[in-house]
Design a protein around this ligand. Structure first.
Ligand code: FES
Length: 88
């Protein structure tokens, strides 16, 4: 059974103008760096309906707002820490 955790980035225009394209690259790099491609299903989706709080990200069903280049690493670390542990 494939049970990869879903990591969804909002690709709506508002989140795009707030900088999600740079987040996209950072997340992709993080997944590769930590060998998480088998454990995380990274995809884009349409507007989450919280544009004014974007860029928005959903990890394992939990919604994160105002994601930035600065806080993305701590968000990923928190949301994926159990997967990172298994990596060892
Ligand atoms: S465009 Fe991202 S939440 Fe609306």
């Amino acid at each position: 059974m494939n049970h990869r955790r879903e990591l969804i980035i909002c690709l709506g225009s508002s989140c795009f103008s707030r900088g999600n394209s740079s987040l996209l690259k950072i997340i992709q790099r993080y997944i590769n760096l930590h060998g998480l491609s088998e454990k995380v299903h990274f995809k884009g989706d349409h507007c989450f309906g919280s544009c004014s709080e974007g860029p928005s990200l959903k990890i394992g069903g939990k919604l994160y707002h105002q994601v930035s280049d600065e806080n993305i690493h701590s968000i990923l670390g928190e949301a994926l820490h159990d997967l990172l542990k298994q990596e060892k």
